[in-house]
Ligand binder design. Structure first.
Ligand code: 5GP
Ligand code: MN
Length: 330
């Protein structure tokens, strides 16, 4: 599904008419959320706008994304000034940015730029293309239509968005367009090795030890085809590892041959449990996550369970997998 040109024109007009803009990514932002947020922020700044960017609390150090340009535009949620225009990136619904409350309900316009199939079209203007591998791909291809100019710095940020959302160009969302866009970005000066060193080769020894622990304790339930692992607050504290550092931990679980679903449970400070899901089968984990209050794509989704014990969250997940497995089309 392509983005309608009338929506692009409306977005371009909103951007043209504003002096100051806030770009927001979703809570616990991943590489596409951070890369797209920074990429469009840099382009807006280049167009002469005053730009702020942020995401909902908790705010952790951007870790592996520290090397991206543009952090001078980042503001803590509590310090967001009044703006006329908000651009949301990689957010399937307004719920994903509910922590950014200050501007809600005021006289502002929202441009919603996303690629999730379950996007709720919550913006005044919606640039949503579920066929795009990443929001970064939409931004790269759409920059001209929005009246924005890509530069090498924005291309670097957008490259990171595509790289991470496609699992380094290996997930099923990797298309010929994705690879062409990435190739053009490299042509513009993006250095794939520099990105690789920062994004995938900067783990701490403590994090590697935590991964070893999680993998040693992972369980494969053959009847459901489910491999699962977990990280408790205590383990995070013991190894001094942040949520943000664990972004790719689930990829180790999904390397298992013959599984259908991989799940990673992370205990949150709030006592609830954050659950990441990945599917290697016909099972739509986006649907499972939506049933449990979250969302995402067919093959990658997540939700926050109200269960504060991992074994209870696991039991809840098992029930939904069995249910959705019985009635995959329903
Ligand atoms: P992750 O497991 O990496 O946190 O998330 C996997 C995918 O699910 C991402 O594409 C992300 O955008 C989406 N996702 C994660 N958490 C939520 C959530 O709470 N609500 C919705 N709607 N989507 C989510
Ligand atoms: Mn994304």
């Amino acid at each position: 599904m392509a983005i309608e040109s009338s929506e692009v024109e409306k977005a371009a007009a909103l951007i043209k008419d504003c002096k100051e803009v806030l770009v927001v990514a979703h809570e616990y932002p991943d590489g596409d959320a951070v890369g797209s947020m920074m990429g469009i922020s840099l382009m807006l700044e280049k167009a002469g706008k005053k730009v702020h960017c942020s995401w909902p609390e908790p705010i952790e150090s951007p870790g592996r994304y520290c090397f991206l340009p543009g952090w001078h535009m980042f503001v803590m949620p509590a310090e967001i000034p009044d703006v006329q225009l908000v651009i949301a990136v990689d957010c399937s619904s307004i719920e994903r940015i509910k922590g950014i409350k200050r501007w809600l309900g005021k006289d502002i316009k929202i441009i919603n730029i996303d690629h999730h199939p379950d996007n709720t079209f919550f913006g005044h203007v919606n640039l949503v293309n579920p066929g795009a591998s990443a929001v970064a791909e939409i931004l790269y291809l759409g920059a001209g239509g929005l009246g924005l100019d890509l530069g090498e710095e924005a291309a670097l940020c957008l490259y990171v968005g595509i790289l991470t959302d496609t699992g380094r160009f290996q997930f099923s969302n990797t298309s010929d367009t994705t690879l062409r866009v990435a190739s053009e970005m490299v042509g513009m000066g993006v250095d794939p090795n520099l990105v690789y060193q920062n994004v995938y080769q900067s783990d701490s020894l403590q994090y590697l030890r935590l991964c070893g622990h999680v993998l040693s304790n992972a369980v494969f339930e053959e009847d459901l085809g489910l491999i699962h692992g977990s990280v408790t607050r205590e383990e995070m504290k013991h190894w001094n590892v942040s949520m943000d550092e664990m972004e790719d931990l689930i990829d180790y679980l999904r390397a298992l041959k013959g599984h259908r679903i991989a799940a990673l449970f992370k205990e949150l400070e709030s006592g609830r449990t954050r659950v990441s899901l990945r599917s290697k089968s016909e099972l739509d984990v986006g649907k499972i996550a939506r049933l449990l209050g979250g969302g995402g794509h067919r093959a990658a989704a997540a939700y926050t369970s109200e269960k504060n014990r991992i074994d209870e969250a696991l039991a809840e997940l098992r029930r939904e997998i069995a249910e959705v497995g019985r009635n995959p089309g329903g």
